[in-house]
Design a protein around this ligand. Structure first.
Ligand code: NAP
Length: 248
């Protein structure tokens, strides 16, 4: 039996698939969501129906006051923390850089960069041997956009994921001796609702022919990589970012 895993943005897409798979592997899962309580409760119900333990916790990871409360509620309902998946992420309508304004940049960076930093801070305070903790694992959900740049779509989003990759590498080295592993995954084109936020729900279908494996990916395929990085099978892996992108 594993301890408590917090999955930010666990109410749908890659986060929900990760929560479901992790629960099958014995984690008690805190399914964080920002707005869509019904979707988060559906994930919790599916985990419980399969015999697992889960709870839904509302928190906006970009708000500093919400993050400690997320951890406190998760741990008080499910038991001591063992891992964090920094999955919550947003993008906005496809646009060129010369069309962006500061308010949008701040919204994207708040959820995709400030949020993961705050959650990582909270996790380290609970897991690190420096604070008497048992050690643990953090997985950051980045994007191939960090490498490809998302020209003409959302360079702001791509840049935010690049910052997240730097968090992965830097934090991994900072806390390696404190029994915490930190890794990332970079999903490619995955069939979830996030593409609707960009104004193109069919984006995966449009771009799939250019993927070397010839198709978009499924959220479950990303979840497999995340849950492997969480597991003891990855005990010698830290500071690594795994592409899950069909070769794109
Ligand atoms: P999604 O279907 O849009 O789900 C996003 C999740 O994040 C939702 O549960 C949403 O909850 C939550 N969320 C958003 N902002 C939040 C905030 N400030 N605080 C807490 N929760 C928040 O997206 P997805 O495709 O599964 O993406 C998951 C992660 O994978 C993201 O980091 C994304 O950048 C990354 N990714 C996705 C793809 C892809 O092709 N799908 C590719 C590369 C990387 P509410 O609905 O309650 O707001």
């Amino acid at each position: 039996m594993n301890g408590t895993l917090i999955v930010t943005g666990g109410s749908r897409g890659i986060g929900a698939a990760t929560a479901l798979l992790a629960a099958q592997r014995g984690y008690a899962v805190a399914v964080n969501y920002r707005r869509d309580e019904a979707a988060a409760q559906q994930v919790v119900a599916a985990i419980e129906q399969a015999g697992g333990r889960a709870t839904a916790v509302q928190a906006d990871v970009s708000l500093e006051a919400d993050v400690p409360r997320l951890f406190e509620e998760a741990v008080s309902r499910l038991g001591p923390l063992c891992a964090l998946v920094n999955n919550a992420g947003v993008l906005e309508r496809q646009a060129r850089v010369d069309e962006l304004d500061a308010a949008r940049l701040q919204r994207v960076l708040a959820t995709n960069v400030v949020g993961p930093f705050l959650c990582a801070r909270e996790a380290v305070r609970r897991l690190s041997s420096r604070y008497g903790g048992p050690g643990g694992v953090i997985v950051n959900v980045s994007s191939r956009a960090a490498v490809l740049g998302s020209a003409g779509e959302y360079v702001d989003y791509a840049a935010s994921k690049c910052a997240l990759d730097t968090l992965t590498v830097g934090l991994a080295r900072e806390v390696a001796a404190e029994h915490i592993r930190v890794n990332g995954v970079r999903p490619g084109l995955i069939d979830t609702e996030i593409h609707s936020l960009g104004g193109e729900p069919q984006r995966v279908a449009r771009l799939a022919p250019g993927v070397p494996l010839g198709r978009g990916g499924r959220a479950e395929e990303v979840a497999q990589a995340i849950v492997w990085l969480l597991s003891d099978e990855a005990s010698y892996v830290t500071g690594t970012i795994l592409d899950v992108s069909g070769g794109r």
